[in-house]
Design a protein around this ligand. Structure first.
Ligand SMILES: [Zn+2]
Ligand SMILES: [Zn+2]
Length: 428
């Protein structure tokens, strides 16, 4: 340590403490004073050191002589000593420890939170990947089914075309062969006739020639018309019947209709009527709300149907559990057995949750598609004009449900709008 420089780096706290230590009492300066040689001592220490000395005095550190006992109070050093002293006090250290421990705890807890978020993010990514893969499988299998329908339709059409072509060819082929045979017979006869001598007494024995009909007609335009017709459209219409689920052929169940609902004779149109028509009471009928169900119930598999709502400003539709209370006025919510989409005031679309959930739609749909997956417990609504999704209930019904409709009560002076079941509109 002998060669170490006298002035250690000022940033080091240990050396600062050394610099502020009195060489006489070896403790931090008390009331530090500076001699002309720039050395510092406690005021009390240097006074004691010089006590009794007459004449010149010396610096205890550098031995420099001074003619009189003179020193200056150094407030800057005093302030630094105060700082170092307070920073080494017990309270200060306890406070510092407390702050350090709090900061450590907060850092640890933030790190724990972030690690938790990272775990959640990873889990979410796993879920997204898994759901995505499942959905890819579903989409592929749906398209495989469509491809298969198309392929079967193509094979069927090509088979029919080949069969008809072969039949036509065979008809002509038979005619051709008969004509050739007849030509041979005629040639034989011609030969006989040419060889016959006029001196013969008898007419030669000729073959009887087969009568050949006129060639059967082949109508090229009728033949090609069958296959050049709007083949894609014809196939698409045929495909419709094979779609799973295709649009279900629903009818309204008039026995469930509220007395102010009129049902058309073919049971595909329901409309609110001015006067209540007296109806035979039965346990299926809605007596409080202007509701009606379809006759068809579903409790397994996937189903899809379409309802024309036109420009009606107000309606509810969806599915209802078989067990809903039809004698009471009940809020339409999943908790009460209703999964519905509703329109109010001509442009406000709502999902029938509790409370209602407002939906933002691009354009007002004229036809609504309802998709029910009983096994996956899902109810989804679509704008059937372009099949854009409107809303989805992922916790759908358990058990038996019926398609549900409410044309609602029309506002005063407004013409009631019918609801129309659109089954068969495309599948015909
Ligand atoms: Zn001292
Ligand atoms: Zn000195």
């Amino acid at each position: 340590m002998a060669a170490a420089p006298a002035a250690p780096p000022p940033s080091s706290k240990g050396s600062l403490r050394e610099d502020l230590t009195c060489a006489i009492c070896c403790d931090l300066f008390q009331e530090p004073v500076m001699l002309s040689c720039m050395h510092h001592f406690c005021k009390a220490c240097i006074s004691r050191y010089w006590r009794g000395t007459l004449g010149p005095v010396t610096c205890p550190q550098c031995r420099k002589e001074f003619r009189s006992k003179q020193f200056q109070t150094n407030y800057l050093v005093a302030a630094m000593v105060d700082k170092v002293r307070s920073s080494s006090s017990d309270t200060y250290i306890r406070n510092l420890e407390k702050q350090l421990s709090a900061a450590l705890q907060s850092h640890n807890s933030r790190k724990e939170d972030l690690l938790c978020t990272i775990r959640k993010d990873r889990d979410k990514m796993d879920i997204i990947k898994r759901v995505g893969a499942d959905l890819q499988g579903c989409v592929k299998s749906e398209f495989r089914a469509l491809h298969q329908i198309l392929e079967e339709e193509e094979n069927h059409t090509l088979d029919q075309l080949r069969r008809e072509e072969a039949e036509e060819l065979e008809k002509v082929q038979r005619h051709l062969e008969a004509a050739e045979l007849a030509v041979r017979d005629l040639e034989d006869n011609i030969k006989l006739l040419q060889q016959s001598n006029i001196t013969l007494t008898e007419f030669p024995q000729l073959r009887t020639c087969v009568e050949v009909n006129v060639a059967p007609d082949f109508d090229v335009s009728a033949f090609s018309g069958k296959y050049l017709a709007p083949l894609q459209y014809i196939t698409w219409r045929r495909m419709f019947k094979a779609l799973k689920p295709g649009p279900a052929a629903l009818t309204f169940d008039a026995e469930t209709a509220h007395p102010s609902i009129h049902v058309s004779r073919d049971k595909t149109v329901a409309v609110e009527c001015d006067a209540m028509t007296p109806q035979p009471s039965n346990s299926k009928r809605f007596v409080q709300c202007v509701n009606i169900l379809a006759s068809q119930a579903f409790q397994s598999g996937r189903h899809y149907w379409e309802v024309e709502v036109g420009s009606s400003p107000k309606w509810d539709l969806g599915v209802a559990s078989e067990t809903v209370d039809r004698r009471a006025r009940i809020k339409l919510s999943p908790e009460n057995g209703y999964w519905t989409l509703r329109l109010r005031n001509g442009s406000e679309y709502w999902a029938g949750t509790q409370p209602w959930t407002r939906l933002q739609l691009g354009s007002p749909p004229q036809r609504i598609g309802v998709y029910l997956d009983c096994d996956e417990r899902k109810v989804a609504f679509y704008n059937a004009d372009d099949m854009s999704p409107l809303c989805l209930f992922s916790k759908g019904p358990r058990g038996k449900v019926f398609p549900f409709f409410s044309p609602c009560i029309s506002e005063n002076g407004q013409k009631p709008h019918p609801m129309k079941l659109l089954h068969g509109a495309l599948s015909g």
